[in-house]
Design a protein around this ligand. Structure first.
Ligand code: NAD
Ligand code: UFG
Length: 337
């Protein structure tokens, strides 16, 4: 029996991926310091799947704690989700972000090397494309970053490329996620942001549940069809399946590969609000305000490489995303708390 180790496995994407892995009969270990999560998500994952996983509280900055996991369990591959991810906070606390995300990844790779485990799936982000000029965005587009969070992802992409050059035994899938939203259709697990949400969908669901008065739509003068920002929203359950496909792909990948996980379809902020209102029969009060500094007009993926190499495409629609986001929020008005 060998295990798939998920760092950050209790988080939003990690917990949905843990569920997909358990449902596919994989053995799962989560290693998470619960900085932005709690073990409640994993309790629910086990309830939903009817299978158990190994839930370890630990920090990727703690090499000894990591080594202990590799010492104790046979591990065949690692999916590395653990990171800090709030763009604004990264600008205020850059050293913390670089240490946690970059040093954490270096620690992890050192321990993996030490134990001869050289299969890694890494959570990167469309943020590494900066303000891309061409849509849809292909994996070969130029990379840049505009904030410490994005820089940390870009640095890790470079580090992993160098690691593979130094030792071709490494097999690495760098997954660049577009905008993950939604929740498992059961409504039992979902996104659980701390404090005021930065991201669009959790803000909308908190307005819907009465925790916030209204949504601010940041910018209505972008060069897009309705003037509001356009993004490639991807259902988190589709994203989770993408990780399963990536694990399979690690068996055959030649070295390191970079793959977009998106739908290929851009929707505007107003599209999302209107879809949410229509599907859930709820009014979402909103006001049009100034652009949010650092935002780009549009960002959507060319998903053809994922279809080709991972044999994976998304299945869920925007309607599924807004329905499942609301289902999670209304069943859990205070998240996991
Ligand atoms: P999340 O915050 O819900 O999950 C990350 C998990 O990592 C949390 O449970 C947190 O407690 C844990 N963690 C953080 N630092 C740790 C450390 N030092 N040691 C151990 N555990 C640690 O975030 P998420 O949305 O599930 O994101 C998962 C990954 O995907 C992250 O790497 C993130 O940067 C990336 N990503 C997310 C998005 C998004 O919009 N959600 C988009 C692109 C990329
Ligand atoms: N938006 C609003 N009001 C809000 C929140 C967001 O109008 O209250 C708008 C934004 O201006 C943007 C769109 O909704 O046009 C999406 O914004 P999000 O904050 O939900 O997502 P971003 O595209 O800004 O960024 C997200 C993650 C990043 C990640 C990126 C690409 O937060 O970490 O997707 O994967 F890098």
């Amino acid at each position: 029996m060998s295990y798939v180790l998920l760092t950050g496995g209790a988080g939003y994407i990690g917990s949905h991926t843990a569920l997909a892995l358990l449902n596919a009969n994989e053995q799962v270990i989560s290693f998470d310091n619960y900085h932005n999560s709690s073990s409640e998500s994993l309790k629910r994952v086990q309830q939903l799947s009817g299978r158990s996983l190994i839930d370890i509280q630990g920090d990727v900055l703690d090499s000894q704690a990591l080594a202990q996991v590799f010492e104790q369990y046979p591990i065949k591959a690692v999916i590395h989700f653990a990171a800090l991810k709030a763009v604004g906070e990264s600008t205020a606390k850059p050293l913390w972000y670089y240490e946690n995300n970059v040093t954490g990844t270096i620690n992890l790779c050192k321990v993996m090397s030490q134990y001869g485990v050289k299969k890694l799936v890494f959570s990167s982000s469309a943020t590494v494309y900066g303000a891309a000029e061409q849509m849809p965005i292909h994996e070969s587009a130029p990379r840049s970053a505009t904030n410490p969070y994005g820089q940390s992802k870009l640095m890790i992409e470079h580090i992993l490329a160098d690691l593979h050059s130094s030792d071709p035994d490494w097999k690495i899938a760098v997954l660049r996620y577009f905008n993950p939203v939604g929740a498992d259709a059961s409504g039992m697990i979902g996104e659980n942001p701390n404090g005021i949400p930065n991201n669009l969908m959790p803000f909308i669901t908190q307005v819907a549940v009465g925790k916030r008065d209204k949504l601010q739509v940041f910018g209505s003068d972008y060069p897009t069809a309705d003037g509001t920002g356009v993004r490639d929203f991807i259902h988190v359950s589709d994203l989770a399946r993408g990780h399963l496909a990536a694990l399979g792909y690690l068996q055959q990948v030649q070295g390191i590969d970079y793959i977009n996980l998106g739908t290929g379809q851009g929707y505007s902020v107003l599209d999302v609000i209107h879809s949410f209102s229509k599907v859930n029969q709820l009014d979402i009060p909103y006001v049009l305000t100034d652009r949010r500094p650092g935002d780009i007009a549009q960002c959507y993926a060319d998903p053809s490489k994922a279809a080709q190499v991972l044999k994976w495409t998304t299945e869920k629609t925007l309607e599924d995303m807004v329905r499942d986001s609301w289902n999670w929020q209304k069943n859990n008005p205070n998240g996991y708390n």
